[in-house]
Design a protein around this ligand. Structure first.
Ligand code: GDP
Length: 453
């Protein structure tokens, strides 16, 4: 059965200068002609593709708004199908009314991600690229956007295609050898074979090793600022966020709640939490704050432990350092502008950054330390990296199969066993790009999209 023609509001709901209703499918032109009347009297069905008409959208006799209708002819459209985009004024109720008219004219409401799903099914993009589309839309920091742009630009797909070529050629030579073992054409050049498969294994290894760093750049990292009262935690929070988020005073115990803010430090988004200074206190409210600070410490992925440069190390400092020794940690010796009494040796073996949060000194050193501790220093957000657990899992499975194939060759196992491993690696690759992905897999991916995309 032919796919029904779908429609949805393609722009975000809210006040905007333009709102777009997208119609896609075999009936797109006829449906659009039922709701759109051009000033020139021309019909959308009759004009050439990639032409626009000016006129009005109507629901029966009722004029809804003036509109521009833009025509795309299959297969040269986003979905690969016939598409019409109706641009009207961008009012929420207005675009909803236009959509209702389009649905009344015969279209069905698109499911979440159905336009992109159709684009995928019509060979407009592979699954890896499709998965980057929501990253482009939802990116909440520049690193996530840059990674999504690289993947959407084909960076990962290109690498996967190169791997596919190597695996297909390996699978073909094994198949030829198994089919015609006695003939020359089937002879496997073991050295070349091992070289090519090792190269594939290395590519997967690199992708996997970069995945975690890419995830940090895309999603950011839960970071807690802790330390005794008055060491400069709130001043640091304000310095990093570029605004007064936390109250700074000389009075110990001022910050009692957890103050949160997401900041970019270099390429890394830090979800910062400034906490109450950790100390024993008889004040009930402050004690609750201290307990919240400890909870944050527990769940943090990165700890910025702040110490005061011009104080001697206290027992509380040592206890605090002990509490965060199992976490990715950066020790900040703050107030360096006042001279240094504290001995840096106490935190030997950890990243130590000397700063003056008050004077804004030491930020670059902190940036470098964060990049090192989060293992993102060698990864540019413009690199093409895997962007979902699904892709990571399949890359890992493919790599294991390729390694297994290499072990088989080296230990002299029969070529057909090697062939099985190579075929399994290929199957993982095909699932990754969507060449052979099941309906359930594609459903799962596009379910996370928004309606209209
Ligand atoms: P918190 O209790 O750890 O959050 O500390 P605050 O950020 O409230 O700072 C306590 C006091 O130390 C304030 O008077 C700040 O102005 C001061 N302070 C913070 N950082 C520095 C610094 O780097 N140098 C100097 N000289 N004073 C600082």
């Amino acid at each position: 059965m032919a796919e029904r023609t779908i429609a949805a509001i393609a722009t975000s709901l809210g006040e905007g200068s333009v709102g777009i209703i997208r119609i896609s499918g075999t009936e797109a032109f006829d449906i659009a002609d039922k709701v759109f009347l051009s000033v020139s009297g021309k019909k959308i069905s009759d004009i050439s593709g990639y032409c626009a008409l000016f006129g009005e959208v109507r629901n029966g006799e009722k004029r809804i708004d003036e509109a521009v209708a833009l025509k795309f002819v299959a297969p040269k459209s986003y979905t690969g199908e016939n598409v019409v985009e109706l641009s009207v004024h961008g009012g929420t109720l207005l675009v909803k009314e236009v959509l209702r008219a389009v649905l009344t004219a015969g279209a069905v409401l698109a499911q979440p991600g159905e336009f992109t799903k159709r684009a995928f099914l019509n060979g407009k993009m592979d699954l890896v690229k499709a998965e980057s589309v929501m990253g482009l839309i939802k990116a909440s920091n520049t690193s996530e956007l840059r990674i999504s742009q690289s993947v959407h630009g084909g960076g990962v797909s290109k690498q996967l295609n190169a791997i596919e070529e190597k695996l297909v050629s390996a699978a073909a030579s094994i198949a030829a050898y198994c089919d015609y073992p006695e003939e020359d054409i089937g002879q496997i050049n073991e050295e070349t074979f091992i070289r090519e498969l090792s190269c594939v294994a290395l590519s997967f290894e690199k992708m996997l090793s970069e995945y975690d760093a890419g995830k940090v750049l895309r999603e950011g990292i839960e970071t807690v600022i802790i330390g005794r009262p008055n060491v400069g935690k709130s001043t640091l929070m304000n310095l990093l966020s570029g605004q007064t988020k936390s109250i700074v005073t000389d009075v110990a115990g001022t910050t009692r709640d957890v103050i949160e803010e997401t900041v970019m430090l270099g390429e890394v988004p830090l979800h910062l939490a400034d906490t109450a200074g950790i100390r024993e206190s008889n004040d009930e409210v402050e004690s609750v704050g201290v307990s919240l600070a400890r909870q944050r410490l527990e769940s943090a992925q990165l700890v910025l432990a702040v110490f005061c440069a011009n104080d001697k190390l206290t027992d509380e400092d040592i206890k605090l350092l002990e509490e965060c020794k199992d976490k990715p940690l950066i020790v900040i010796i703050n107030k360096c502008d006042l001279g240094e009494e504290i001995i840096g040796d106490f935190a030997k073996g950890t990243e130590i950054v000397r700063m003056s949060a008050k004077l804004g000194q030491g930020i670059d050193a902190l940036k470098d330390a964060v990049a090192r501790v989060t293992a993102t220093e060698n990864l540019s957000p413009d690199s093409a990296v895997l962007i979902s657990e699904r892709q990571r899992d399949l890359a890992n499975r493919a790599m294991l199969c390729v390694n297994e194939a290499l072990n088989c060759i080296k230990s002299g196992v029969t070529p057909d066993a090697v062939g099985v491993c190579v075929d399994e690696a290929l199957a993982c690759l095909y699932e990754m790009t969507g060449k052979r992905a099941t309906e359930t897999v594609t459903e799962e991916i596009f379910r996370k999209f928004c309606v209209g995309k």
